[in-house]
Design a protein. Structure first.
Length: 265
């Protein structure tokens, strides 16, 4: 075979260079004996293969030219609530839900969807225990633009359901909190209970939740604590355990965060 040719029967053929180029682009193939048979008519099957190969190459070309939204570098700290010695929150139905694990699975998925656009830091990536203050200080020390603490809710068995977003009492962003809450609720096929605040009983300008209060007094701009559903409500608990729903709810939340920073550069 000629070193310049991909097939042994195309040398000096008028389409020699075109055939070689088409082969290099993975558009055409030859026969097992090393020939191309350049003057042989194509069957319907061969035309179909050629068309599919062209389509695949176009897809690759288009994908390479896709441009991601231009978003200034932001740091988002995501906190998977509980963990380590704090594993007491479980479902009452025997489904095997442990809040510490469910929170971490969601946060790992959320990081995956946010990472192409932001610097994303998790307070924990394994089953370890951190105090509320330690969690918040990860956001503070990394000068986070957003700090989100992820949880699931609990009450009496099968009483209370849905997603709740707690906003910082001092650094409010109800509009974004509402969009995130609605997105997670829709993905989990449950209700959205709204954006709420929980001031400290000692001082109304402070937050009841230590993890939020430490972040807000240290000037983290956006702070949420998100209850993704009630693990004490059977339908919510099923969603919190469902791998597809975890992925969808994390992706839905990520999309809202990406959209927010795209508009608020």
């Amino acid at each position: 075979m000629d070193n310049k040719n991909r097939f042994n029967d195309i040398k000096n053929h008028w389409a020699e260079s075109v055939i070689n180029e088409a082969y290099d682009l993975a558009l055409v193939e030859g026969y097992d004996d090393g020939t191309f048979k350049p003057d042989q008519q194509c069957s319907r099957a061969e035309v179909t293969v050629l068309g599919l190969n062209i389509y695949k190459q176009l897809e690759i070309l288009i994908d390479k030219k896709k441009v991601k939204p231009t978003i200034p570098t932001r740091t988002i700290v995501v906190d998977a609530g509980h963990g380590g010695k704090d594993r007491a929150n479980i479902d009452p139905f025997g489904l095997g839900y442990v809040e510490a694990d469910g929170n971490l699975k969601f946060c790992l998925a959320l990081k995956k969807y946010l990472s192409p656009y932001f610097k994303v830091i998790l307070t924990r990536e394994t089953d370890i225990f951190l105090t509320w203050t330690e969690r918040a200080m990860v956001a503070v020390n990394n000068k986070a633009d957003m700090f989100v603490s992820i949880h699931s809710d609990a009450y009496k068995k099968n009483i209370g359901q849905g997603v709740t977003v707690f906003d910082s009492v001092a650094r409010k962003n109800e509009a974004l909190g509402s969009k995130i809450g609605l997105a997670i609720a829709e993905a989990n096929n449950t209700v959205f209970r709204g954006v709420k605040e929980r001031p400290s009983t000692f001082n109304p300008i402070l937050d009841y939740y230590t993890v939020m209060n430490v972040a807000q007094v240290n000037n983290v701009p956006i702070i949420f604590l998100i209850e993704r559903g009630f693990h004490t409500y059977f339908k919510d608990c099923q969603a919190l355990l469902d791998t597809d729903m975890i992925e969808l709810s994390a992706k839905s939340m990520a999309n809202e965060v990406i959209a927010y920073y795209s508009k608020n550069t």
